[in-house]
Ligand binder design. Structure first.
Ligand SMILES: [Zn+2]
Ligand SMILES: [Zn+2]
Length: 100
């Protein structure tokens, strides 16, 4: 019977230590992020964002906050969505919400 540790090690294809899947840093306080049912292991939030945060389809910046989902994809904010010709009502980004 496999021990929990063996299962864990197998799952992340690592040998005994927790290592970040982005930079490979072996760090005992690595944390797991589940996305679409898949587990990912990181040593820091920066690596998690690098690997998992979606990119704005107009400017390419990584969407770390709520972003704006519109027809065609995700944008970093309503500005980018409008620049791409999205006119449908969309959820306002936090920065624009505070200005109105
Ligand atoms: Zn890392
Ligand atoms: Zn953008």
């Amino acid at each position: 019977m496999q021990t929990a540790k063996a299962v864990f090690t197998n799952l992340f294809k690592i040998n005994g230590a927790n290592s970040c899947e982005v930079c490979g840093n072996e760090y005992e306080h690595c944390f797991e992020v589940r996305m679409n049912g898949e587990a990912h292991l990181f040593d820091c939030f920066e690596c998690a964002i690098h690997a998992l945060a979606p990119r704005c389809i107009r400017c390419g910046c990584q969407v770390v906050g709520h972003g704006v989902e519109a027809a065609g994809g995700i944008y970093c904010g309503t500005h980018c969505a409008r620049q791409n010709g999205v006119t449908a009502p969309m959820e306002q980004s936090i920065s624009e919400r505070s200005q109105t």
